[in-house]
Design a protein around this ligand. Structure first.
Ligand code: HEC
Ligand code: HEC
Length: 229
C-alpha cells in the first residue's frame, strides 16, 4: 500500500470512530435509547430481504409512510406510549403481530424523541456546518501527523499513559483563557522543546515542531481544538 492509501485508511478509520458528524452522535444515542426501551425486540431499522413478513414495521418504512403528515409526531407518540390494541391496525397483512403493546416504561419525552428520530430514518441529512468543520479538522490533524501522538478524546483506560495530551484535555485546560490561543499556535508551529513542560502525565517529553504546517492551518487547528468540550 502506498503512503496516501495508508493515510486515506487512517482518516476513514478516524472519521468512523468519531461518529463523523453531529447527527452521527445523535443517531448513536437514539439507537441506544431504542435498544434500552425494547423497541428492537420487534422493530428493525430496515426491512430485511430474508424476512418477508417481519414482526413489526421497519423504521425506514414508518418514516416513509408518515414523514409528510403534519400530525405524525403526536399521532405516533400516542400509538407508541399507549400501544395499538383496539385501535386501527395500520400495518395489517404486512407484519406478523396484530398490534404493538403499550410501551409503559417509555416516558413522554423519550417517546417523542424516538418518534422524531424514526421519522427521519433513511433521509440523507445535510450535515450542519459544525460537523463539516469537525470532519475537515480531523482530516487535517490526521494528515499533519497530530493524531499520531494526540487522541481527540482522552483514553478511558487510566492505566494507559498517552504519548501526548488528548485534544479534549487541552481544550479543558485552556478554554476561555486569554492569550492561550496565541501561545498554543506558537507551540504547535515551533514545538515545545524550549518551553516549560506543560503536561506531566504523558509519555513524550516535548512536541516536535510541525515544520510542514502553514500558520493558517495551525490557527485553524488550535481554534478547533479549543471548541472541543
Ligand atoms: C412487542 C413488539 C413491539 C415493540 C416492543 C415495539 N413495537 Fe412498535 N410496533 C409493533 C407493531 C406490531 C406495530 C404495527 C402496529 C399496526 O399495525 O398498527 C408497531 C408500530 C409502530 C409504529 C408505527 C405506528 C403506526 O400507527 O403506524 C411506531 C412509530 C413504533 N411502532 C415505534 C415503536 C417504538 C419507538 C418502540 C419502543 C419504545 C416500539 N415501537 C416497540 C410492535 C412493537
Ligand atoms: C510526535 C508527537 C506529537 C505530534 C506529532 C504533535 N504533538 Fe502536540 N504535543 C505533543 C506533546 C508530547 C505535548 C505536550 C508537551 C508538554 O508537555 O508541554 C503536546 C502538546 C500539544 C498542545 C498543548 C500545548 C500546551 O502548551 O499545553 C497542543 C495544542 C498540541 N500539542 C497540538 C498539536 C497539533 C495541532 C499537532 C499537529 C499539527 C500536534 N500537536 C502534533 C506531542 C505531539
Amino acid at each position: 500500500m502506498n503512503k496516501s492509501a495508508v493515510l486515506r485508511r487512517i482518516v476513514a478509520g478516524v472519521l468512523a470512530y468519531a461518529g463523523l458528524t453531529g447527527h452521527g452522535y445523535a443517531a448513536e444515542s437514539m439507537i441506544e435509547l431504542a435498544t434500552h426501551s425494547g423497541c428492537f425486540i420487534c422493530h428493525s431499522m430496515r426491512r430485511d430481504a430474508d424476512v418477508p413478513v417481519p414482526l413489526a414495521p421497519a423504521y425506514e418504512d414508518i418514516a416513509a409512510r408518515y414523514r409528510n403528515r403534519s400530525d405524525a409526531l403526536d399521532y405516533l407518540v400516542d400509538r407508541v406510549r399507549n400501544g395499538t390494541v383496539y385501535k386501527s391496525q395500520n400495518w395489517e397483512g404486512k407484519v406478523n403481530m396484530r398490534f404493538m403493546p403499550p410501551n409503559v416504561n417509555v416516558q413522554y419525552e423519550d417517546a417523542a424523541a424516538l418518534v422524531d428520530w424514526i421519522l427521519k430514518v433513511g433521509i440523507k441529512q445535510q450535515p450542519d456546518a459544525a460537523s463539516v468543520r469537525h470532519e475537515a479538522m480531523l482530516a487535517l490533524a490526521t494528515y499533519s501527523g497530530c493524531l499520531t501522538c494526540h487522541g481527540v478524546n482522552p483514553n478511558p483506560d487510566h492505566r494507559y499513559v498517552p504519548l501526548a495530551p488528548s485534544f479534549r484535555d487541552v481544550a479543558g485546560r485552556y478554554q476561555g483563557q486569554a492569550g492561550a490561543r496565541d501561545q498554543l499556535i506558537e507551540s504547535v508551529l515551533l514545538g515545545t522543546l524550549n518551553t516549560p513542560k506543560q503536561w506531566n502525565n504523558v509519555n513524550m517529553r516535548f512536541m516536535p515542531p510541525s515544520v510542514a504546517l502553514r500558520r493558517q492551518q495551525a490557527e485553524e487547528l488550535v481554534d478547533w481544538i479549543l471548541t472541543l468540550r
